[in-house]
Ligand binder design. Structure first.
Ligand code: URA
Length: 235
């Protein structure tokens, strides 16, 4: 593998940033400073250091983004800002969002280059749980939580799968679902008498949104979080 590719994959920076580090003599391979970004390295056996710190090879990368409103969940869009535009410094990898949040929805979005895990997390067979904090207007049916727990008709061929609803205040609730249908939460709330005015995803596959991340900010998942996410993809 090329040295600059290895470094970008190890999280040292974008391809152009790491080329600059190499040219400036900040990178050593097996103890010798190297200045050629195209140098072939063995990612498993070579000791590659940036500013004297060893870089570790990572095949895949996992991030959480606190998605803000007004940004579309796509990798590219000719007219709108995308979630990937918010992650410029992580670029250089083939990253994409796991699933989709509506443009006006905020909260936890997982971004990765691990296609297989993404596929498993989104597979309708695996019923990976997603939790949303919902604010709504209108009067919900008195038995809304029971209806949501049984499954509601949202106009699709089949009713929704059982969901957990916990009323948190007069016009808000927490809803956990195990499917990913189009506008699912909005349509479920409509089916029990309300209209969603604010929607935030707070958890996905056992992973909780890091509330210290401001909207629009992102960070790499810790090893523990990555392991937990992978475990949910295997369930
Ligand atoms: N359900 C919705 O209605 N919108 C989202 O963005 C996610 C779930």
């Amino acid at each position: 593998m090329r040295l600059d590719k290895f470094m970008a994959q190890a999280g040292a920076g974008t391809r152009s940033q790491v080329k600059e580090y190499i040219r400036k003599g900040n990178v050593a391979v097996n103890g010798s400073v190297v200045k050629r970004p195209e140098l072939a390295v063995n990612e498993l056996t070579d000791d590659i250091q940036l500013f004297g710190e060893k870089l570790c090879f990572k095949q895949y990368h996992y991030y959480m983004l606190n998605k803000p409103a007004g940004v579309v969940t796509a990798t590219k869009d000719n007219h709108e800002m995308t979630v990937m535009d918010l992650m410029r410094t992580a670029q250089g990898r083939d990253l994409f969002p796991v699933g989709r949040l509506d443009k006006d929805t905020v909260g936890l979005l997982i971004i990765t280059d691990d296609g297989e895990l993404s596929h498993r997390l989104l597979s309708p067979k695996r019923h990976v749980e997603k939790t949303y904090y919902v604010e709504y207007e209108g009067e919900l049916f008195p038995d809304a939580a029971e209806r949501l727990a049984r499954g509601v008709d949202i106009g699709d061929a089949a009713p929704t799968l059982p969901a957990r609803a916990c009323m948190t205040a007069s016009c808000s609730l927490e809803l956990s679902i195990t499917e990913g249908r189009y506008h699912q939460v909005k349509r479920m709330i409509q089916a029990v008498g309300g209209k969603v005015t604010y929607l935030k995803r707070t958890a996905f596959g056992g992973l909780c949104l890091d509330e210290s991340l401001p909207e629009g900010a992102w960070r790499e998942l810790s090893e523990e979080e990555t392991t937990q996410l992978k475990a949910h993809g295997r369930l």
